[in-house]
Design a protein around this ligand. Structure first.
Ligand SMILES: NC(=O)c1ccc[n+]([C@@H]2O[C@H](COP(=O)([O-])OP(=O)(O)OC[C@H]3O[C@@H](n4cnc5c(N)ncnc54)[C@H](O)[C@@H]3O)[C@@H](O)[C@H]2O)c1
Length: 422
């Protein structure tokens, strides 16, 4: 017996929710994309995508099926068979902020009917699905989770800008609060992705996501700290990383950078350490150490800038620094928690003129005291130093090197006599 029918609602139409909505349409569902931001709703319904991984053509195709529309009207949720919650889970004052999940669950509860399935997809600490979401859904609907309706958790593994591993070909971990719920959650995602990976409970699925991101966070911190020591020892860390990467087993490549950003790495491991501290009274030392190292990488970048200017008998004050990249990673417009911001803020405080180049990020998001630039020959001619923070494909690397301006390249994307790597 299949538990899933055909009307899906996806709560939150951001980096995660919009691709899920698109795959659900592809899987044959009638999809309502529920989104509280009315500007996103009207843009989506008129074919404008705010998520790079979904092109205007793809959005147009999805709208053209007549089986997708975005809405802010809660009444449009009535009669859903399956709902996916993909809303933000930030940290507020060092504590997980689950208010978006709570609000989404309250909205869903009013429209929950017997036989429906609710799936939490936001990243969060283990226990959220059953301890937070289930009671809200039950009290708002009068129904019993696991009996009258199905409830599960499936973490998102989307990697914005990754052309190889997309939602549909990345294995999807699925879970339910009981076997019937697992069957419903897996049945839904089997129609969206190539491979589903069932785990025995929602807490295991919630922990899976935090494990994956904590693993990345810790390994990035490891190479970041190594990069700082290697430089002081006079050793090229990048060459060592390349050489180590030739080992076909037991090694995974991570590269140094100016710090971590986005919605995941600066936040998710802290959800886990917060829960360990709250529930067990213990410190998750790996997470604390990785936070400490990664959060201080922007300071290190600024120290390297000071040293490089010093080599040219210049001070930061009064120097013009062209910064390439505000987004937290290449080829995305996502500037949430970006390490570029503390780098730029410190340079401005030290008295530099900062000229910022990032065609992917909307100018409204630029720090107000930085001057938006396009990296033209004139911009480079006036520069005392370039910091290459993000390796967007459309940056003109050759022009940067050819300008002869001293460059601090935090991605090892450039090479030339005027280029220093992080
Ligand atoms: N961005 C990523 O690469 C990524 C990857 C894996 C997991 N995640 C996780 O997925 C979740 C969502 O992240 P995102 O990057 O899609 O965030 P996002 O900010 O891009 O999108 C979330 C959307 O939800 C909307 N929203 C908030 N509250 C709402 C509500 N009550 N009802 C309807 N809409 C609401 C917001 O307006 C926003 O458009 C987070 O928990 C995040 O950690 C993100």
């Amino acid at each position: 017996m299949t538990l899933i029918k055909d009307r899906a609602v996806i709560i939150g139409q951001g980096y995660v929710g919009l691709p899920v909505a698109m795959r659900a349409v592809h899987g044959g569902y009638d999809v309502v994309g529920f989104e509280i931001d009315p500007t996103k709703v009207s843009a989506l319904n008129s074919g404008r995508s705010h998520v790079e991984d979904i092109s205007a053509d793809q959005l147009g195709e999805m709208l053209g099926t007549g089986r997708y529309r975005a809405t802010s009207e809660a009444s449009d949720l009535a009669g859903f068979d399956v709902a996916v919650i993909s809303v933000p889970t930030p940290m507020g004052e060092g504590v997980p902020d689950l208010s978006y999940i709570e609000s989404a669950a309250r909205t869903l509860a009013a429209h929950l009917s017997p036989g429906a399935t609710v799936i939490l997809e936001s990243t969060t600490y283990p226990g959220t699905t059953e301890e937070l979401v289930a009671p809200i859904l039950e009290s708002g609907s009068g129904l019993v989770a696991g009996e009258d309706f199905q409830l599960g958790y499936s973490p998102e593994r989307i990697d914005p800008g990754n052309p190889t591993w997309r939602l549909e070909n990345t294995p999807k971990v699925v879970s339910g609060m009981n076997p019937r719920s697992l069957e419903a959650v897996q049945g839904f995602f089997d129609r969206l992705v190539d491979t589903t990976v069932p785990v025995s409970g929602t807490r295991e699925a919630e922990l899976t996501k935090l494990l994956e991101n904590t693993f990345r966070h810790v390994n990035i911190a490891l190479v970041n700290e190594l990069a700082m020591f290697a430089r002081d020892l006079g050793i090229d860390v990048w060459e060592a990383i390349d050489a180590a990467s030739t080992k076909p087993f037991g090694y995974m490549r991570f590269t140094p950078g100016p710090g971590v950003g986005g919605h995941c790495l600066p936040i998710d491991p802290s959800y886990l350490s917060w829960q360990v501290e709250r529930s067990l009274g213990q410190t998750f030392r790996f997470v604390e150490l990785a936070n400490d190292i990664n959060e201080h990488m922007p300071d290190y970048v600024v120290r390297r800038v000071q040293a490089l200017l010093n080599d040219h008998a210049k001070a930061v004050r009064g120097s013009t620094v062209v910064v390439y990249g505000l987004a937290y990673k290449a080829n995305t417009s996502d500037a949430r928690e970006t390490p570029a911001r503390p780098v730029i803020d410190q340079l401005l405080r030290l008295g530099a003129e900062v000229c910022l180049v990032d065609p992917h990020v909307a100018a409204e998001q630029f720090p107000s005291d930085a001057t938006p630039c396009d990296g033209s020959p004139d911009d480079l001619a006036d520069a005392d130093l370039v910091i290459y923070l993000v390796d967007h494909d459309d940056f003109d690397r050759e022009a940067i090197v050819a300008s002869g301006v001293p460059v601090l390249d935090c991605r090892r994307a450039l090479s030339g006599p005027n280029v220093q790597h992080l």
